[in-house]
Structures are given as structure tokens and as C-alpha cells.
Design a protein around this ligand. Sequence first.
Ligand code: SAM
Length: 262
Amino acid sequence: MVDDTRVHSARRYNYWLGGKDNFAVDRESGDMIAAAFPGVRITARENRGFLRRAVTHLAAEAGVRQFLDIGTGLPTADNTHEVAQRVAPSSRVVYVDNDPMVLVHARALLTSTPEGRTHYLEADLRTPEKILADPEVLDVLDLDRPVALMLVAVLHFVRDDAEAREIVRTLVDALPSGSYLALSHATTDFTDAEGRARYLSMIDAGQVDAYPRTAADLALILEGLEVLEPGFVAVSEWRPDDDGPRPDAGDVAIYGVLARKP
Ligand SMILES: C[S@@+](CC[C@H](N)C(=O)[O-])C[C@H]1O[C@@H](n2cnc3c(N)ncnc32)[C@H](O)[C@@H]1O
């Protein structure tokens, strides 16, 4: 059931990206956060740029042909399978999201090339074992071959550090060596003390639900994986593909990281 009385992160993010698939509650929440943090629309845009560049790298340079994209979001430009299949039409992508509205749109819009496959699963990141045991997921993805796990702007909705670590460990353990994790994650590492205090007070008031982590927190979550160059940087600084001016990392406030399972 699609609930239009409760804010949903996918719809609010769609609003920040200039999309139309959102309700009044999502716009109100989006405007309130944007009033306190005017950079948030930049964050959304830059985060999409990271996703595009990371998938392009994975498909073109690393030769990855399978993607497990958890926290899909509402379809927009350059969705994971479009970017991957542009490089390699045989790429297979499983999209997972816990918002039923995302899945309705995804089924309609995220259609595969004839050579590749796409699949959509309504499931929660917090129950990774269910995702990994789903027969259709296992029909699309061969877990004996490298998979790129995409956790792009979703892990920060899991507040508890131990739970976040366990989720990533469960998912990564199921994938073979040579698999990758593309992660983007909210942070206040680039924010000044006043902005950080403001952000934390909005979390306490239940006005934002993206819990920031530091680079050190994320390094613990990624323990056992090789973090590839350039390491932990704002998504906008992650292997930019043009020389244009880039926004201030403090406005972006979200890390982009690519790691490989040895
Ligand atoms: C901010 S959007 C990110 C979309 C896309 N990954 C991107 O970066 O452009 C977060 C998405 O994660 C989904 N989501 C949030 N919590 C989730 C959970 N526990 N399990 C699965 N999906 C979740 C939301 O429904 C939303 O579609």
C-alpha cells in the first residue's frame, strides 16, 4: 500500500531532484530540510553523479556484469541498469527497495535490454538474508560470479552501527572475491560545528532520518574490503569526469566510496 500521509525518503529525494512522484508530506519535509541545509538538492544531484560514475567504472573498467542495487529510489535519469547496460548490454541488475511506490514505478520504467535482465524485489535492507535467499534474485544473479552491491544513499537510514555493520557483512559474505561495494553515506565530517549541531538536533526532533557517519565509522563497516582510490571523499570528489567547478564538500555532506572484496 502506498501511504501518502507519511514522509518517504524516496519521494522526498525525488522532490529534491526535481521529480513529480511525491506527495505534499514529502515536499513539506523536503522544504524544511532544505531551509536548514540549502545544499541538500546539490547532495541529491551529486549523489546521482557518483552512482553513474561508479557503475560506469564497475562495468567498463572492472568488468562487473551483475549489480544488486538496494535502496533503488524512484526511477530518474541514469538508473543503474541503464548505465551498466550502456557499457555492457548483458548486465543483470536486481533492484531492491522497501517502498511499494518505488517498485510500482520501477517495474514500469526500469526495463532491461534484451541481452540483460532486470528484477525488482520489495524487501528491506534490514533483512539481508531474505534478499539473498529470494529465488528470483538467485535466478538473475549468479552469486558464484562477482556482483557489485550498491548501497547508495540508503545505509544511513539504519541508525545502529552494529546493525549497519552486520547488514554489510551478511551481504558481502554472500558474494565471491572480486565483488564490489559502492557506498554513499550521509556525513557531517565536512560540516562546521554549528551546522553539525543543527543537523543532530533535527535528528533528535525526528525531522531528518539520514544518520551521519564519520569516515572512521564507515571504515569499520567496510572492514575486510579494499577501499579503492580516492578513498573516503565527498561523492562530488569521487573520480569526477569533468573539470567543471565542484560544490563545496560541506554542502554535499555525503561520502562516496568504492571497495573491493579481496
Ligand atoms: C535517498 S533514496 C536513494 C536512491 C538511489 N539509491 C540513489 O542514490 O539515487 C533512498 C532509497 O532507499 C529506500 N530505502 C530506505 N530504507 C530502506 C530499507 N530499510 N530497505 C530498503 N530500501 C530502503 C527508499 O525507499 C529510497 O528509495
